[in-house]
Design a protein around this ligand. Structure first.
Ligand code: PMP
Length: 403
């Protein structure tokens, strides 16, 4: 692959060519959602203009083409995360729905009163609330592994908490609030040594680093399409085929059945068993195009580019008096979250916004984590494949002015 040239890459993103309030857009909110390359927009339009029909039911050419492209998108996702079999890829709406699917199907079916689900203190609400719902329904217990002040998982404590009562582990790969990259390989190894399955929330990882679910030996791996430069409304659950075969359906309806009478229903094999109703066909096509785009640049190149920017940004922000970086893990990705003494993070975000710098401020759907850190919220800049040094310079310059 050719070396990564950010200026060339930026030209692939129409939105980056448009001024906002008369200024060039400095987009530092990729952790919330990534901008879309023209390849994604074009392929979705092309598909709807030339190949669109509902899938699976058709006997005519267009529906067969549409079905073939939907299946091809599934294959593309499987290759992207190195799943051994495309039947291990279930399309859902987003990472949130993915975790809900696993909690509702695997959790409801296999977990019993008194069983523990082990998560961490840095989870997104999407990896907390579904387990709380399951707790209400089934009487399971939710246990939380602690983190250090730097925002790293306390691995000794994690290991100690892996008792006989733990029947499921669900952890974030990369923290959206801290940027911490968790040692998921080690987590899986420790859990599997005790026969415990592991779900990894890869929402903030899949866009930044190569992911290999077989190498990780993950039981479940979930992420959202909109954060890997694809459209909204499409997400992915990877699950080992043996789990998908054993799990009951999550929702019932068309496309997930093979035979229905009023007395009983035979379900389709996975992954169709978990895709009730007309799926987000266009979204899946767009996600496939996004993955093709990202893969053409190369995740390793993207990772190198972003790591250099993270180091650069960390240095610049450290020099700003009164600014404190939140999240200083040794293994870190793409997130520059901070607080400034005496200034409300929301005000910082709004002031940056007026200067054309798009960042996010708040609890970032990690309120328990904010509680642990003793702060109500942070301002968060996040890096994507199109981020430049100039973007980081603009952030630092504006922050100095705001102070
Ligand atoms: N987990 C993490 C770590 C996230 O960053 C996000 C998105 N902020 C989610 C889960 C949920 O993603 P979505 O809103 O696309 O379902």
């Amino acid at each position: 692959a050719p070396a990564f040239e950010v200026e060339r890459v930026r030209r692939d993103f129409p939105i980056l060519q448009r001024p906002v309030n008369g200024r060039p857009l400095v987009y530092l909110d990729t952790a919330a959602s990534a901008q879309k390359p023209r390849a994604v927009l074009d392929e979705m339009t092309r598909f709807m203009s030339e190949d669109y029909a509902n899938i699976h039911r058709g006997v005519y050419a267009l529906s067969q083409r549409s079905t073939a492209l939907y299946d091809a998108a599934r294959q593309t996702v499987a290759r992207f995360i190195h799943a051994g079999d495309a039947r291990e890829i279930v399309f859902v709406r987003n990472a949130t729905e993915g975790i809900n699917l696993v909690a509702s199907s695997y959790g409801r079916h296999f977990l019993e009163k008194g069983d523990e689900v082990l998560i961490t203190h840095m989870e997104h609400h999407a990896n907390i609330v579904p387990w709380q719902l399951l707790r209400q329904e089934k009487g399971i217990a939710l246990r939380v592994a602690p983190i250090t002040d730097a925002g790293e998982l306390d691995m000794d404590a994690f290991e100690r908490m892996l008792t006989d009562r733990v029947k499921f582990v669900s952890v974030v790969h990369v923290s959206n609030s801290l940027g911490t990259v968790n040692p998921v390989q080690e987590i899986v190894r420790l859990a599997h040594a005790r026969g415990i399955p592991v779900l990894i929330d890869g929402s903030q990882a899949a866009l930044h680093m190569p992911v290999d679910v077989r190498d990780l030996d993950a039981d479940f791996y979930v992420f959202s399409g909109h954060k890997v430069y694809g459209p909204t409304g499409i997400g992915v659950v990877f699950a080992k085929l043996s789990h998908l075969e054993a799990m009951p359906p999550y929702q019932g309806g068309g496309l997930m059945i093979s035979f229905v009478t009023f007395e009983s229903t035979e379900f389709s094999p996975p992954p169709q068993k978990f895709e009730a109703g007309t799926p987000n066909i266009v979204g899946a096509i767009g996600l496939g195009a996004a993955i093709d785009y990202v893969s053409s640049l190369g995740l390793a190149h993207i990772h190198a580019h972003e790591s250099a920017l993270l180091a650069y940004g960390t240095e610049l922000l450290r020099e700003i008096p009164g600014l404190r970086l939140i999240g200083t893990a040794r293994e870190k990705s793409s997130i520059l979250a901070f607080v400034i003494d005496g200034v409300d993070p929301q005000e910082i975000g709004a002031a940056l916004g007026r200067n054309g710098v798009a960042v996010r401020a708040g609890h970032h759907c990690t309120q328990p984590l904010m509680g642990r850190l003793g702060i109500p919220s942070t301002t968060r800049a996040s890096i994507g494949l199109y981020t430049t040094r100039e973007d980081i310079d603009a952030l630092a310059r504006c922050l100095r002015e705001i102070r």
